[in-house]
Ligand binder design. Structure first.
Ligand SMILES: *Cc1c(COP(=O)(O)O)cnc(C)c1O
Length: 390
């Protein structure tokens, strides 16, 4: 059979299972206001939690860096691509996260697939929460380590994996991998308890703060800041510069030796061109805003919006700006998303393999850029939807 024919069969199978995906580009975007297929929509699906992606300071900083250094970096960081905006960004991340050092990558995905194989090999053990992001799963697989998965936030099962790992591999490194805020469920990990378990078993904690930075903590430095374990309790912190920070890229932070090992061993860092300096400069500007009074005001606005949305829907508790509406069947989730779009809201259906089969959902995300009446409007719309369904 020709490749063409095989691919057609693959695609047909996806369509039959309601798992086919296609790109439907927006025509315009300005904070939460977007234009798609000729219609004005309110965006309830971005990860731009503070609205910084449209902030003039980010654009200004990017332009300035572009004028100084040009657009492309020209090479990897280790060849000749390391420029002042990269260094300044890393110093800023380390200071913000209260760590000795940081290293930036071209995306959060690249950070995860670069870090895990640099830290664990075939003799080691990686234990992951069942719901961690695909980038961490891929990173763990690339490492070739022995993998174990514990049910979401299940501390007892995590403990039994740790007991197993310590018995079977007494001298090897054991990594626990989890997230501060889970990207498709919006709940948090029990960080204090996980740190305690990790310490009991002499394991290492890798924490992805992708959806927590900018959103949680006094200066928006994430769940590590909120539970006051900055630097101390979490050896490896991963994050992205493409969500609340409003730019693009990823980072890993921790002690200096960790960062030096990553510079020497992370393949997605070594064998990839340095992020454009203007993007690093925009990320730096984003973090600087997050750390100031303006950032605190935006964070406050975001949490007011989150609480308002939760009150309107009569649900609790609000742990993050991510609100999943679990529908179940892929077809029904697609239909719901279509109805929402007819009503003027963009909140797409999230399906397998992003979430488990039969756990399809609408994933709403809130932003500081939403207006009170926009959230109330959506609340009323959803209330009617629920009545129709019930
Ligand atoms: C979005 C996300 C990433 C990937 O970050 P990018 O910068 O978009 O590549 C990694 N981990 C988690 C938990 C995420 O939600």
């Amino acid at each position: 059979m020709s490749l063409e024919r095989q691919l057609a069969i693959d695609l047909e199978k996806l369509r039959a299972e309601d798992l086919f995906r296609s790109l439907r580009p927006l025509q315009a975007k300005r904070d939460v206001h977007i234009r798609k297929e000729g219609r004005q929509l309110l965006n309830f699906s971005a990860n731009d939690y503070l609205g910084l992606a449209s902030h003039p300071k980010l654009l200004e900083s990017a332009l300035k860096a572009g004028q100084l250094y040009g657009f492309g970096s020209g090479a990897s960081r280790l060849i000749c691509g390391s420029l002042p905006p990269h260094e300044e960004l890393e110093v800023e991340i380390a200071s913000w996260k209260n760590c000795e050092a940081a290293l930036c990558f071209s995306s959060g995905y690249a950070a995860a697939i670069g870090a895990l194989p640099a830290l664990a090999g075939a003799e080691d053990v990686i234990i992951l929460d069942k719901l961690v992001h695909a980038s961490l799963v891929d990173g763990a697989r690339f490492s070739g380590a022995h993998l174990r998965v514990f049910p979401h936030n299940d501390l007892e099962r995590l403990r039994s994996h740790l007991i197993w790992a310590r018995k079977k591999f007494p001298r090897q490194r054991v990594l626990i991998v989890t997230e501060s805020v889970f990207s498709m469920d919006g709940d948090r990990c029990p960080l204090k308890e996980i740190i305690a378990l990790k310490n009991d078993f002499g394991a290492v904690l890798v924490l992805d703060e992708a959806h927590a930075i900018g959103v949680i903590g006094k200066t928006g430095a994430g769940l590590t800041e909120e539970i006051a374990c900055n630097g101390g309790g979490v050896e490896v912190q991963i994050g992205t510069l493409s969500k609340a920070v409003g730019a693009s890229g990823g980072y890993v932070c921790g002690n200096r030796n960790l960062i030096d090992v990553l510079i020497n061993r992370s393949r997605s860092f070594i064998f990839s061109t340095a992020p454009p300096p203007c993007i690093a400069a925009a990320a730096l500007a984003g973090i600087q805003i997050i750390r100031t009074a303006e950032g605190a005001r935006l964070r406050n606005q975001l949490w007011n919006n989150i609480h308002l949305f939760f009150r309107n829907l009569n649900i609790s508790p609000a742990e993050s700006p991510i609100v999943p509406w679990i529908i179940g069947s892929e077809a029904a989730a697609l239909e719901t998303a279509r109805c929402l779009e007819n009503e003027g809201y963009l909140a797409p259906a999230i399906r397998y393999p992003t979430v488990a089969k039969g756990r399809a959902r609408i994933r709403f995300t809130l932003s500081a850029a939403h207006m009170t009446d926009e959230i109330e409007q959506l609340g009323r719309c959803l209330f009617q939807f629920r009545h129709k369904v019930a």
